[in-house]
Design a protein around this ligand. Sequence first.
Ligand code: URA
Length: 221
Amino acid sequence: MVTKVGQLSAVHTEIYTCTLCGLHSGRTRTVPGAGNPNAEILFIGEAPGYYEDQQGLPFVGKSGQYLDELLKQIGLARDDVFIANVVKCRPPDNRDPLADEMAACNPYIRRQIDIIDPLVIATLGRYSMGMFFPNARISTIHGQAKYGTVRAYYPFFHPAAVLRDSNLRPVMESDFARLLTVVEEVKRRRANDEMSATASDDANPPTEIDPESPKQMGLFD
Ligand code: URA
């Protein structure tokens, strides 16, 4: 049996030489993702920035330092989680990724999800949120878990947005403080066969959200 490490490294090897969209021509390095292949939590950001493109690693700039701080606040380190992005190459001048670039790159993150099989997919920012919460607004749904057939989806603001607007800091930190509760709830549901489906509904997750959530109304505003 090929281990998760082996399967991930096969995907990453394909990414290193990928030319499926125009972003390949401006990149220094691809940024497939990094962390623990057996992680319970998979963070998905947007796209590499300058430092990520230089180093080939996700979230190594200012946003990454803040992400490290948030992880530390809940007793986690990078080695406990896996961190990847919606697109694996830096868009020019850090512009937003385009729809065709995200579409071309999508099979990579889907394969990473299948291999890592995390209990929780934690999205960072609007673009990764859009993969699992189509048409949702981040200002409305951040910090609200959605439970699918095999895992939960938990949307965060992007760390860069929080660095730009310090009013978001307490919100971000309280959303983070609940992340491990979401992990525990998935474990409970799996143990009680409440998440017994073998087929993941990642591509089309349900619209149900955490009934304990304080902000249920307007999920799909
Ligand atoms: N922002 C992202 O979304 N991803 C990174 O890897 C770095 C910054």
